[in-house]
Ligand binder design. Structure first.
Ligand SMILES: NC(=O)c1ccc[n+]([C@@H]2O[C@H](COP(=O)([O-])OP(=O)(O)OC[C@H]3O[C@@H](n4cnc5c(N)ncnc54)[C@H](OP(=O)(O)O)[C@@H]3O)[C@@H](O)[C@H]2O)c1
Length: 315
């Protein structure tokens, strides 16, 4: 049974899409320079952060992690398979296996590693696509010692249940935050705990930054969602639960979840790193506080809680 260390900063996982590609709804600083990115990565590791979340699809992120730690003595890395957008649905099993292996080899080269600590599918569909050829190749690479831990990054509760039903899956990343009650309503926490051997990591804790930015100007225009009113409600709840800010309330809520082992938070500046490390010093919400808080939260549409559905911002 994997333990959940409630106050431990090693539960904080650095999300690196922000240091590999221009990303983030409220991102005012853009893509950091290589020098600034490497300084942030090394500082995060010196501050006690033991795991970095990255992906083939995050621009220069893997290379910058490789450059920062030269493949040794660095944090454990969780990377993700290429999205294989070039692989046709009717591609042969051999073509699918070759595409999967090419992605793994690219990650090994970028991270300057002989093997990968954790590899996640970036698309849950690859668990079974192409007759299961992609997953089968990854299982063979795991048997050969090239990959230690295998898992999947999911978007929906259904994808989480599919992943939890597979014994070969030992790590699941999912989007989870105060506004996104889909997982609790679907019963994912209990199912995850029933598979005590699976590591659960949560991302989107600040909903791509719009919750922590506390400025409705950064919110997507979603029908039926009053951004200003929602921020006012969250601010009122933060005061009610004696939290320092909406970001503190959001983080304390996810840290209080006894089924989530790691919190993947995206950052592109050292100021954000300092702020998040400071928030980890405070107590997470207790189970009593969570039980008091959840009924006060209105239901938000998937169009808001799933950033992939956000309307593209007009320039
Ligand atoms: N499908 C997938 O597997 C997938 C999808 C998305 C993300 N991810 C992973 O999850 C990580 C997190 O990305 P996310 O989209 O989920 O974002 P998030 O962690 O919910 O929010 C990150 C954003 O919050 C802002 N921020 C962070 N700390 C802050 C603080 N203390 N105070 C104020 N603002 C703060 C920054 O926004 P600004 O830049 O606007 O300042 C940052 O870019 C990524 O780096 C990536 O590793 C995975």
């Amino acid at each position: 049974m994997l333990a959940v260390m409630r106050n431990d900063v090693s539960r904080l996982v650095l999300g690196t899409v922000q240091i590999g590609a221009p990303y983030g709804a409220a991102n005012q600083t853009g893509l950091p320079s290589t020098e600034r990115a490497i300084r942030l990565l090394r500082r995060a590791h010196r501050s006690g952060i033991r795991a970095f979340d990255t992906a083939r699809g995050y621009g220069e992120a893997e290379e910058r992690i490789g450059a920062a730690f030269n493949g040794s003595d660095g944090p454990s890395t969780i990377t993700k398979l290429d999205a294989l957008n070039g692989l046709l649905p009717n591609a042969t099993a051999a073509e699918a296996e070759a595409a999967a292996e090419a992605s793994v080899n690219a990650s090994l080269a970028n991270l300057k590693r002989a093997n990968l600590d954790t590899l996640l599918l970036h698309r849950a569909a690859h668990l079974s696509s192409h007759g299961g050829a992609v997953w089968r190749r990854l299982l063979r690479l795991q048997k050969a010692g090239v990959i230690r831990r295998l898992g999947v990054s999911v978007q929906t509760p259904d994808e989480a249940f599919t992943a939890l039903s597979m014994r070969t899956v030992s790590h699941i990343q999912l989007p989870f935050n105060l506004l996104d009650q889909r997982w609790r309503e679907a019963g994912v926490p209990a199912a995850a705990k029933a598979r005590g051997d699976v590591l659960i990591h949560a991302r989107s804790i600040y909903l791509q930054g719009i919750l922590a930015a506390e400025d409705s100007a950064f919110w997507p225009k979603v029908h039926g969602v009053d951004a200003e009113g929602t921020l006012y409600m969250l601010d009122t709840l933060a005061q009610l639960f004696q939290r320092m800010s909406i970001a503190d309330l959001c983080l304390a809520y996810v840290r209080g979840q006894d089924w989530i082992h790691g919190l993947v938070i995206g950052m592109e500046t050292e100021e954000q790193l300092d702020r998040n490390l400071a928030l980890f010093d405070s107590e997470p919400l207790s189970s009593i506080e969570i039980a008091d808080l959840e009924p006060r939260l209105p239901r938000f549409p998937e169009a808001l809680v799933n950033p992939a559905l956000w309307p593209r911002r007009s320039e």
